[in-house]
Design a protein around this ligand. Sequence first.
Ligand SMILES: NC(=O)c1ccc[n+]([C@@H]2O[C@H](COP(=O)([O-])OP(=O)(O)OC[C@H]3O[C@@H](n4cnc5c(N)ncnc54)[C@H](OP(=O)(O)O)[C@@H]3O)[C@@H](O)[C@H]2O)c1
Length: 302
Amino acid sequence: MGYRRLGKTGLVLSEVSLGGHGSLGLENRIEVLERAAELGMNYLDTNITDECELYGKALGGNRKNWHIGFASWPQKLTEEYEKELSKQRFFNEIDGRLKHYKTDMLDIWRPVGATWGEGQTAIPTMLMVSHRVLDMVVEVFEKVRRQGKIRWLGFSAHNPKLFHRVLNEYPQFSVIIFPYLFLTEELGGNSLLKLAKDKDVGVIGLKPFGAGTTFGIKPSELHGKVDKNAHILVKKMLREPRISAVIPGVNTTEQLEENVKGSYEGDKQLTLKEKEAVRRCAENYHANLTEEYQWLRNWETV
Ligand SMILES: NC(=O)c1ccc[n+]([C@@H]2O[C@H](COP(=O)([O-])OP(=O)(O)OC[C@H]3O[C@@H](n4cnc5c(N)ncnc54)[C@H](OP(=O)(O)O)[C@@H]3O)[C@@H](O)[C@H]2O)c1
């Protein structure tokens, strides 16, 4: 497994890390976490509250070598949800996650700027975050950091413009987490990857397989099926040195093992056969992308 520095946090993460989605229950997560650690993974990224509770149970109070990042769920930083936000609620949720993981300190708090769910229903009010909310997040972070509860502040969203606002105006953010797909290419000029590099902000790529649409129509009826092209897609993503880690969600240890293989050949160019596999996967992704996930197309360049 290859490891990369996560920008100014100085954390060194496994370049293939573990996304929180895809659980098939507690026994399954215990197995996946154990195998992931054996394969050299050391970063776990969790989002929804129930997910944090489940991973907390699966780890059983033994953190081992895992660095853990978590979102602000159920609080969303979005415009529609803004009226529900308060500093006290953020503090309560952070304390709740510490309890779930049975720990005094977690590594990355990465409030989530774009997501649907209770209190956030419409796409037009989902994509921007106001200065008022960003100021509140920074204030909450400064306090929990001083208390020793959280080490680093991250940010996750689905709107590239929003990341430019955060990186240019708020030096308190050390990590950004956004959809980095296997087919994502760099946008010349105003690239978010370049900006993150200039600011020494770490980048973590989520939804590398387009929420799994690459491998079939979602939601999949065949949870846990292994696609032998997955490691080629991971290898391609890791050709981008400004990405510190990709975090595919996995249902099974077999999927995990397949994905991690992408790290073993990270220093090699893609062969012609591999390029052809990527092309076929891109065709699948475009054919299977549901209405709900059309916004992923905004992330085909970054
Ligand atoms: N805003 C946010 O903060 C946010 C939003 C979304 C996601 N995330 C994070 O990003 C992570 C990744 O996103 P994601 O899980 O939604 O999408 P993804 O990583 O693009 O796709 C994951 C799905 O792909 C399939 N898969 C994985 N490896 C495979 C393999 N080797 N062969 C065949 N199928 C394979 C699995 O589904 P099936 O077996 O069912 O096909 C799996 O659930 C999440 O786990 C989460 O931690 C964060």
